[in-house]
Design a protein around this ligand. Sequence first.
Ligand code: NAP
Length: 298
Amino acid sequence: MAGFKAVTTEDSKMTANNLIDGKAQAAILREQIAKDVQNLNSQGIQPGLSVILVGEDPASQVYVGNKIKACESTGITSFEHKLPADTTEQAIIALIKNLNNDPSVHGILLQLPLPGDLDADNILPHIAPEKDVDGLHPMNVGKLVAELDGAMAPCTPQGSLHLIHSVQQDLTGLHAVVIGRSLLFGKPMAQLLLQANCTVTTCHSRTKNIEDICKQADILVAAVGRPKMVKADWVKDGAIIIDVGINRQENGKLCGDVDFDAVAPKAKAITPVPGGVGPMTIACLLQNTVKAARIQNR
Ligand code: NAP
C-alpha cells in the first residue's frame, strides 16, 4: 500500500509496518502542486501566498518558516508580514484589506494563535473568502457544510482525509469517530468524512462512554491535545487511526493523542507523531493557494 512504510520516529519505540508516512505522502502531493503551479505559470498566473505573523512566539516562527520554505519548493511566491506583538486589531485588518486588493496575493494566512488580547474572531472575517486558504472565514465554513463549489476547507482535516484515502479509497458506510469539535479541525473533519459517505460520530469533552463509542470506529481520528489519551482498549482490531494531537512530553519529545505503542499492533494503519498529519497540513495549504489562484483567475 502506497501510504505504508516502516518508520522510526522521534520516539525510538515508534516503529511499525502499518505506519502511514505523512512525510512521504506530503512529498507526493507537493510534486503534484509544483506541476499545477507550472501549469498556471504557462497561463500567465503566478500563485502567491501572504503569511501574517504577529509577535515572536517561537513555535509560530518555526511554522511560518516551514510554510515559506514549502512555498519555495513548489514555485509559489510567498510574502511574509511580520508585525510586533503590540499591533492593534485595526492595523492587522488594514493590512488584510490591502492584501485583499493585491492581485499578486491569492492566499492570506493569519498565523494563530495571536498574542495578548488580539481576537482572531474579530480579524478573520476581514480576509476575502476567496483568499481564505485556512478555510476559517464564516463564508467558507458555510460553503463546506453546504458542499458548494469553491469551498476552502481547513488544511489539517483535508490532509487527514488524504492520509485515510492513502490506505483505503472507498470509505462508504464506514463508521468514523472524530474526537474533538473545534472549528479548526473537529467540525470540518466530520464534514469531510460525511461527504466521503462515512457514518460520523463526533466526541468531545462532555461525551459519555467515549471508550465504547471509539471502539465502534472503523476510522478513529483524535484531535484533543491530551497526550496518549486513546488507549488500546478504545480501539477495534483493524481500525484506521489518525492522530492529530501534538503534545510536548516531559522528556521534551513530541507525542500524539493516541497511545501509539499500545494501539499500533491493533490498527490496520496509524499515523505517527511527528511525521503523520503535520506534514500534510502544509502541503494542503499550498494546494488551497493553487486552488485560490485558479478561482481568482476564472
Ligand atoms: P481545541 O480547539 O483545543 O479542541 C480540542 C477538542 O478536544 C475540543 O473539542 C474538546 O471538547 C475536546 N476535548 C478536550 N478534552 C477532551 C476529553 N477529555 N475527551 C474528549 N474530548 C475532549 O484543539 P484543536 O485546535 O482542535 O487541536 C487539537 C489537537 O490537534 C492539538 O493537540 C493541536 O496541537 C493539534 N493540531 C495539530 C495540527 C497539525 O497540523 N498536526 C493542526 C491543528 C491542531 P470541547 O469542545 O467540549 O471543549
